[in-house]
Design a protein around this ligand. Structure first.
Ligand code: NAP
Length: 524
């Protein structure tokens, strides 16, 4: 990579460079500038038109099984270049190798999963949602619901923390559904997305126009979307609010999916004694969620609810575990947690920690950046693993501050009803996890917490070592939370294709519906 050159975007079937510098991409361990991004002066209206005309037509001409093969081919290209991507993730995102694997392998794995899932859909080019229903006395007049691919472009606007997974988890459902995509990764980490797209374009495994990439700011992109297009956004709720309020998006009625921030919770069930499998699984998961990717996961545990009687035991166990987390430059083999992605994120995280500290006490960490051997504190973006402990759950910052870093707050509760009520104060989150031995309690927790979460992980001793983790998004499962989390819906197997299709109720003769059923694939 050449620090002097602005990254190119792939638009309208060509690599093009924006003017000047909008964002510098840095190594957050030492402040070195790696490259820069700019979308200034790029013709985004023509780029959208090109994707719609060329990519959309080409993809819709293919069957689901043929599109599934395309996903497999993309995954193969990425897998072949994985080592280079890992270097970039370490340099530009401050990732450890494990962090990089979650992002890179998560993206490749999601593509492969959808390639396998869709292969049996065969020659179909549309999906049938439900069985036909009779509408009138006449038996030969019926209705059926179909999903047909939308004719626009899927505009993907992604967050900085998953430049690979965020790109490919959206791409998998989009391309499979027969829609072309224009991806706009977050500027701060778009180098990895750009390298991956460059390799896929060079390998010519996708039809022209199916995949476009914008490296740089959003510019006037949203002023050119039309009713056929969809926008899939991942990022902060503040940006989400700006997107849904964009006058053109509103006027055109472009469909928007929002995956925003959330104040996810982990809950230790009442009556779980220290040093039991459920207790240990809880401690392990909370510590892991705080430190993996330096806490920069939308799904990371931010609030830790414990029975008041167990608050001290949990505090001690978590503090002991966090003390073993070696923080430093991720190029060092001994490092277990790297920096945040840049100094702006560091400043935002430290400000959030200071806000939480008005309602809770520090167990580990502080509102200042840590001093680390061999690291220049003026140029790097480190935040220490920070655990706070509140006296009770009465404060408001505890429930509405998303510190996007290695920070969580322990909150004691007195009884089950209070525990559920406190978790709900997050206002809608992506995921809650519950740890306990009493299956009746776990079942009640699923119903109570499920109302305000997109996913609930219930850990009992039998799956303590087998579960996939609180923060890991599995493509088989729904991803997206209500309320503050944006009300989005992604992934969840074939369900994830719905956003990129139009659901249409077809009313017609039984014979016509039979013909449609014979050529389309059943969704379930
Ligand atoms: P962000 O600041 O909201 O940015 C997200 C994306 O929006 C970036 O690509 C950004 O581009 C773009 N953007 C900025 N201003 C825009 C505008 N006016 N119109 C349209 N797009 C605009 O979020 P972030 O800091 O990258 O990511 C961290 C946040 O994402 C956290 O709050 C986290 O919880 C959330 N997140 C959620 C999920 C989920 O699945 N729910 C996953 C990951 C992260 P530039 O980078 O060029 O400014």
């Amino acid at each position: 990579m050449n620090a002097g050159e602005t990254l190119e975007s792939y638009l309208g079937g060509a690599w093009v460079r924006g003017q000047g510098v909008e964002t510098e991409l840095v190594n957050p361990s030492n402040g070195d500038v790696l490259t820069s991004a700019s979308a200034k002066g790029l013709d985004l209206q023509s780029a959208l038109a090109h994707a719609r005309d060329k990519g959309g037509r080409a993809l819709r001409a293919l069957s689901y099984a043929e599109r599934a093969k395309l996903l497999g081919a993309v995954a193969d290209v990425l897998a072949a270049n994985r080592a280079r991507y890992e270097e970039t993730a370490i340099a530009n995102s401050g990732n450890t190798k494990i962090d990089a694997a979650i992002d890179i392998d998560g993206g490749i794995g999601t593509l492969k999963y959808y390639a396998r899932l869709a292969a049996p859909l065969g020659e179909a080019r549309a999906l049938i949602d439900e069985k036909p229903v009779r509408l009138a006395k006449a038996e030969n007049f019926q209705a059926i619901h179909m999903l047909v691919p939308r004719h626009g472009v899927a505009v993907h606007i992604n967050a900085f923390n998953f430049p690979s997974w965020g790109l490919w988890e959206k791409a998998a459902c989009t391309l499979l559904a027969g829609m072309p995509m224009l991806a706009k990764p977050a500027s701060a980490t778009c180098l990895l997305s750009q390298q991956m797209v460059r390799d896929v374009i060079a390998a010519k495994v996708l039809p022209e126009g199916a995949l476009s990439l914008l490296c740089g700011g959003i510019g006037d992109l949203l002023d050119h979307v039309i009713a056929d297009d969809v926008i899939a956004f991942t990022g902060s709720s503040a940006t989400a609010n700006r997107i849904v309020a964009n006058p053109n998006v509103l006027a055109r009625g472009a469909r928007v999916n929002v995956e925003a921030d959330s104040i996810n919770a982990a809950l230790l069930a009442p009556g779980v004694a220290a040093a039991t499998p459920a207790f240990d699984a809880f401690i392990k998961e909370v510590a892991r969620e705080m430190t993996v990717k330096a806490g920069q996961k939308c799904t990371a545990i931010r609030r830790v609810f414990v029975p008041a009687q167990q608050a001290n035991a949990v505090t001690d166990a978590l503090a002991a575990r966090l003390a073993k987390t070696t923080v430093g430059d991720p190029r060092d083999e001994k490092t277990r947690m790297g920096p945040l992605v840049n100094r702006a994120q560091q400043a935002a995280a430290l400000a959030g920690i200071a806000r939480l500290a008005r309602e809770a006490q520090f167990v580990t960490g502080s509102p200042q950046a840590p001093r680390l051997d061999g690291i220049d504190g003026e140029k790097s973006a480190f935040v220490a693993p920070t655990l706070l402990k509140a006296g009770d759950g009465a404060g408001s910052a505890l429930h509405d501050t998303e510190v996007f870093g290695p920070c969580a707050t322990l909150i004691p509760y007195q009884n089950e009803a209070e525990a559920f009520a406190l978790v709900a104060r997050g206002g809608g989150s992506l995921v809650a996890s519950v740890y306990g031995e009493d299956r009746d309690f776990l079942a009640r927790a699923v119903t109570e917490l499920g109302a305000l979460h997109g996913r609930v992980l219930a850990v009992e001793p039998s799956i303590a070592d087998a579960h996939t983790g609180h923060g890991i998004v599995m493509p088989q499962c729904h991803h997206g939370g209500p309320g503050r989390a944006g009300n989005g819906a992604e992934l969840g197997g074939l369900y994830g294709l719905r956003f990129y299709h139009q659901r249409v109720a077809v009313q017609g003769s039984t014979e016509l519906l039979g013909t449609l059923q014979a050529t389309a694939a059943a969704l379930k």
